[in-house]
Design a protein around this ligand. Structure first.
Ligand code: FAD
Length: 366
């Protein structure tokens, strides 16, 4: 198989690696397929999902409902449970054969392991933990505006010079870096879960989606590790990404942590089925577990209502919540930066303000 990652003109199509666990697709798959659709339309290319696993063909069509033109299914007992070796080999085999221009992978634990391995093997670049993706059409627009001919063979401009712009926070979140991979293909990117918006499911698109079963070639010698058992953590992990209401607490609950978290729970409950999140300060202090953390190194959320209690609004916290539909902030410091992104700001002691909020919401329901 001839594969040269610098022969950029040989690469086409946008791919999304679709992650499944126990035969169930991950939410990130739908987000990335939805985003990939937009990029493919802009680029004028096809959007293709790649699904690895065992007995997973039946779940592939659903991905079409979010915009995939085709799903390549790699089915083998060796792909039943994720192993770095097996998944890297199979994904790279298919990529070397079909030469996609872009591969997007969710920045889950699996994606963060798989992406860099594949990038190294394919001899290309990867931008990790992206929060924004764009097609760089500037050169194309320049070409259209300035060239006297639209015949590409008569100009220096080549369609393959169009790059994927991959944006991610840099320098501790103080600035956003936009990165391109101009000399190698595929352009690879891992994308933070919860950042891209999931499109509405469309049954007609799902029916139209083509399924290609790709013959997998893998043997036990290719896999250096053996999964003996998968043990699920007994504790209940909080679903911040899917929540419609999030009440987050910050270091401001410090004078009575137990009461602060109880108040947040009650407020979340009063809104109707909300969940409690927290700043990194709260997680680092051990007041809430890491799955509650909102922000650059936590979860990116966009609920209908986000309440920030005693959170200062550091840039790294805002990076995870500023796209919420409605933001309410309570802080005793009127100059706290959280108020810059809040739709409603209440200056005061959260231990006094929150009971009043709960009472008002409860009364409004009666
Ligand atoms: P503080 O900044 O200490 O703010 C506490 C606030 O509570 C203050 O504004 C104070 O006025 C208010 N307050 C105090 N008492 C009361 C009261 N009784 N009633 C009302 N208000 C009160 N942070 C995150 O949150 N998420 C991340 O993912 C994240 N990732 C990071 C990644 C990097 C690389 C770095 C360098 C930092 C990251 N941080 C993250 C940390 C971030 O910079 C802040 O330190 C953190 O968000 C501060 O948390 P806080 O707002 O709870 O605490």
């Amino acid at each position: 198989m001839v594969f040269n990652s610098s022969d950029i003109g040989a690469f086409n199509d946008i791919w999304v690696f679709c992650e499944q666990r126990n035969g169930k697709l991950e939410n990130t798959d739908f987000e990335l397929i939805s985003e990939g659709r937009k990029l493919a339309d802009e680029r004028g290319s096809k959007l293709i999902g790649v699904l690895l696993g065992h007995n997973v063909k039946d779940i592939a069509k659903e991905l079409g409902g979010y915009g995939a033109d085709k799903i390549i299914v790699c089915d083998d007992p060796a792909l039943d449970v994720y192993t770095t070796d097996a998944y890297t080999k199979v994904l790279c085999d298919v990529a070397m054969d079909k030469k996609p221009e872009v591969i997007l992978i969710g920045a889950s634990n699996i994606g963060r392991d798989l992406g860099p391995r594949c990038a190294a093997r394919l001899h290309t670049g990867l931008t990790a933990d992206c929060t924004h993706l764009d097609i760089d059409m500037e050169k194309y627009v320049d070409f259209i505006n300035t060239s006297s001919t639209l015949d590409l063979s008569k100009t220096k401009f080549k369609m393959e010079d169009i790059n994927l712009k991959m944006t991610r926070p840099a320098f501790g979140g103080h600035l956003m870096a936009t990165i391109i991979c101009p000399r190698f293909r595929p352009c690879m990117s891992t994308v933070r879960p919860g950042v891209m918006k999931k499109a509405e499911f469309n049954q007609e698109m799902a029916d139209r989606c083509e399924i290609e079963v790709y013959p997998v070639s893998i043997s036990q010698e290719d896999i250096k590790t053996k999964v003996l058992d998968v043990v699920k953590e007994a504790k209940q992990i909080i679903d911040l990404i899917g929540a419609e209401v999030i009440v987050s607490v910050g270091r401001g609950i410090g004078k009575n942590v137990k009461e602060g978290i109880e108040l947040a729970n009650e407020l979340a409950e009063a809104f109707g089925g909300g969940v409690v999140g927290g700043s990194r300060a709260v997680v680092d202090s051990g007041w809430l577990s890491a799955d509650h953390q909102v922000g650059q190194t936590g979860k990116t959320v966009h609920p209908k209502v986000y309440v920030a209690l005693g959170i200062s609004g550091a840039i790294q916290h805002k990076a995870g919540m500023q796209d919420s539909e409605l933001i309410i902030a309570v802080n005793k410091d009127a100059t706290a930066p959280i108020f810059d992104c809040a739709d409603y700001g209440i200056t005061g002691d959260l231990f006094k303000v929150v009971p009043m909020m709960i009472e008002e919401i409860t009364n409004a329901k009666v």
